[in-house]
Design a protein. Structure first.
Length: 407
């Protein structure tokens, strides 16, 4: 077992009845960190609200195995010039103190005026080795967010933010000892910047998630009998997930004569617009906006779902695609290197270029009319899902940290 690990990361902690709870997927990662290091300390802000946070479920620290070796440092929630400046000196001093105490350092820059970026910059000054991790191609995400802002002073301000942040992230990448880049899109974005890049996966699929053979056979039988299509998605209703395109595809497929039902699990800033869209497009009977539900409920529905329809607009590595494959859902969505990579060995996906929602409409319509093709795609998806293993992927990442960051 190795020494002390320090993580400075995005907000993954929330208050539930006055108690700190950690996002459940990160809690799974913590179990592996705690198994491999003598002490694990992580630092991040507490989420001010569940709105748009992406946390569907969380776990009290007391429920995490080996939690006696775990320490949490709450950091100020800033993400704006004035708040960041107000807390800057005190937080910089705290981060430098924690960096001195730690044997292994892991930072995840994610936004302008975040603390992981500051921690990485301090580690550079202190001549410390560190692991830089990312599950986004930051330029892709930042430009999409910027495009949604109307012209004016705020857009100019956010444009300056974007260029400063991207320049700083590249500096942190260049000085990293190890860069763990999640998925092919993120790896492609930084492989020529970081001196020691490694493509890894942040999957949250364990063998217990794989669709049982009997349920897969039942799903295939329903498909071949010509039963109504079932379509699902699980994620935040935010611009980078393309929810409005998702609705257009459902409406287009219905117009082509498909009998279907589609469910979106999750909430977010576009929920009100999604509700209006369902009504405006006249697809109230075909679409359910289910809101936030527990992971087990989502997985239960996915095991009965034919197609997992996604409209991701940026270069990222969303965990929901792996969970959909494990549940035996055919992936239909916008093509990225990450989505193609997930089905590269065994198949299970059909894709179209980003923004071409009409092509995705045609793909689903074709699959509805050619049920043997859909059955084959679902079988292939289940096979691709069985290649994913949360603990194995996480242990690989930890082994790389130990290998390259050891004193």
């Amino acid at each position: 077992m190795s020494g002390k690990l320090l993580l400075v990361i995005p907000p993954i902690v929330r208050l539930v009845n006055g108690m700190h709870e950690v996002e459940v997927d990160f809690a799974n990662n913590l179990k592996l960190y705690l198994r491999n290091f003598t002490q694990v300390t992580f630092a991040c802000p507490i989420l001010l609200s569940d709105k748009n946070s992406g946390i569907l479920s969380s776990l009290p620290f007391s429920k995490i195995q080996n939690n006696e070796k775990l320490s949490y440092i709450p950091l100020p929630y800033t993400y704006r010039e004035d708040r960041h400046l107000h807390h800057y000196l005190k937080t910089r001093k705290l981060l430098r103190s924690e960096i001195v105490k730690a044997d292994y350092l892991l930072f995840s820059p994610h936004a302008m005026f975040d603390w992981p970026t500051l921690a990485a910059l301090q580690a550079i000054k202190m001549k410390r080795k560190y692991d830089l991790e990312s599950d986004w191609d930051h330029e892709s995400v930042q430009r999409l967010n910027l495009a949604a802002i109307p012209p004016g002073i705020n857009k100019i301000r956010k444009t300056i933010w974007m260029h400063l942040f991207l320049r700083t992230v590249n500096k942190c990448m260049r000085h990293s000892t190890l860069a763990l880049l999640q998925g092919q899109d993120v790896f492609n974005a930084y492989k020529d910047v970081a001196p020691n890049p490694h493509k890894v996966l942040n999957v949250q699929v364990s063998p217990g998630d794989y669709i049982p053979a009997a349920q897969l056979e039942e799903k295939l039988a329903h498909i071949e009998e010509g039963k109504p299509l079932t379509i699902s998605y699980a994620g935040r209703m935010i611009p980078m997930k393309g929810p409005l395109d998702w609705l257009k595809i459902i409406q287009g497929t219905v117009k082509q004569g498909a009998d279907l039902h589609a469910t979106w699990f999750g909430d977010g800033s576009l929920m009100a617009e999604m509700r209006r869209g369902v009504e405006k497009l006249g697809i109230e009977k075909e679409v359910t906006l289910a809101g936030i539900v527990g992971r087990e409920e989502v997985m239960t529905v996915l095991r009965k779902t034919d197609i997992f329809l996604f409209c991701h607009m940026t270069g990222e590595s969303p965990r929901c695609l792996g969970e959909a494959l494990a549940a035996g859902c055919a992936l239909v969505g916008y093509s990225t290197a990450y989505s193609r990579e997930l089905v590269g060995a065994n198949g299970g996906g059909e894709f179209a270029e980003i923004n071409n929602w009409q092509a995705l409409t045609e793909i689903i319509t074709s699959l509805d009319r050619n049920r043997p093709n859909l059955s084959h795609l679902v079988e292939s998806a289940a096979a691709s899902g069985k290649l994913l293993n949360r603990d194995a992927a996480m242990q690989n990442r930890i082994d790389l940290i130990k290998k390259y960051l050891a004193a």
